[in-house]
Design a protein around this ligand. Structure first.
Ligand SMILES: Cc1cc2nc3c(=O)[nH]c(=O)nc-3n(C[C@H](O)[C@H](O)[C@H](O)COP(=O)(O)OP(=O)(O)OC[C@H]3O[C@@H](n4cnc5c(N)ncnc54)[C@H](O)[C@@H]3O)c2cc1C
Length: 277
């Protein structure tokens, strides 16, 4: 199965579903990177009574309908967290846990992430702090690393790091962690103790879009887009709660549709710009 797509959509909630349906209608190949259904905002709504054409129902019921439609849509569903989006000429590489996808355009439909960074996390990102064991593990062969995170995926990544020759300290509890160093990571602080390490793998359930794609612009906590849902990074579009308030289902669906049309146009423009021999 190919891992190259016209369009990679990050997030399988209302905005991501809407974007996927429109991209598929336009004949594009689509991958949707998606977290578990319970992480969607809609899933948490007690009752939704302002969505056109449907009777009032619980958020879970509506989310079930959306998820089924996504599963039957023909989009390739890639379960897991997108960890980074890297521009690669006229396409993008999207790291999804232990896989790597490419898309000619990317639509961010990742909702809102209410996460706090640990002290030192942003400062040492790329200088000892990593979110991806598969991507960066080999840099720490023979060295000591901390793996912070209690999910099954974090445990698998800790096992992987051990298998390639890292000395692994596992920190599975939630808590007040801090990363320390000078120029690069030298220690992890937790529970009043200092653990000397060369690297810290932070494996939370979500990755804030602020860290996912370099070069985006933000205003009032949302990704800045134009009317076509284009972000500051050419080829990257955004839709739904991640573009800011109002946090409403109909807005997410509408923006997903516009982002998809724009992404399709962008992909078509790349194809027509190719020199013909
Ligand atoms: C309690 C509650 C009640 C609400 N009630 C209403 C209502 O009555 N009417 C109304 O119109 N709106 C309501 N809303 C708002 C509405 O649910 C949201 O605006 C809408 O669902 C947003 O959809 P979205 O696709 O933008 O984001 P989400 O539904 O949050 O979907 C984003 C998805 O992307 C995933 N994701 C994030 N990062 C990554 C990554 N790195 N890799 C892979 N996946 C990722 C997330 O885990 C999530 O599954 C309510 C919201 C809440 C919380």
């Amino acid at each position: 199965m190919s891992d190259s797509f016209d369009i990679v959509i990050i997030g399988g909630g209302a905005a991501g579903l809407s974007a996927a349906l429109t991209c598929l209608n336009r004949g594009k190949t689509v991958a949707v990177v998606l977290n578990p259904q319970e992480t969607e905002s809609l899933y948490k709504a007690e009752q939704v009574s302002n969505y056109p054409g449907l009777p009032a129902m619980s958020g879970k019921e509506l989310s079930d309908l959306f998820r089924r439609q996504l599963e039957e849509s023909g989009a390739e569903l890639k379960k897991g967290r997108a960890l980074s989006v890297l521009p690669m000429g006229d396409s993008f590489g999207v790291a999804v846990e232990d896989r790597f996808l490419t898309g000619r355009a990317v639509i961010l439909a990742a909702g809102i992430t209410r996460e706090k960074l640990y002290p030192g996390e942003a400062e040492f990102l790329g200088r000892g702090v990593s979110y991806c064991a598969t991507c960066d593990g080999m840099l720490y062969r023979g060295k000591t690393v901390a793996v912070v995170g209690g999910s099954e995926e974090a445990k698998r990544d800790a096992d992987f790091l051990e298998s390639i020759g890292c000395r692994v300290l596992r920190f599975e509890k939630n808590g007040a962690y801090a990363v320390k160093g000078e120029g690069k990571v030298s220690a992890l602080l937790f529970g009043g103790q200092e653990y000397p390490v060369d690297g810290v793998f932070i494996l939370k359930d979500t990755v804030s879009v602020t860290r996912l794609v370099p070069g985006l612009e933000y205003e009032s906590g949302g990704i800045v887009t134009d009317r076509h849902m284009a972000t500051a990074v050419p080829g990257v579009f955004a839709a739904g709660d991640c573009t800011g308030k109002p946090y409403q289902l109909a807005k997410a669906v509408g923006e997903g549709n516009v982002a998809a049309l724009s992404a399709c146009e962008y992909v078509d423009s790349l194809s027509s710009a190719k020199p013909t021999n």
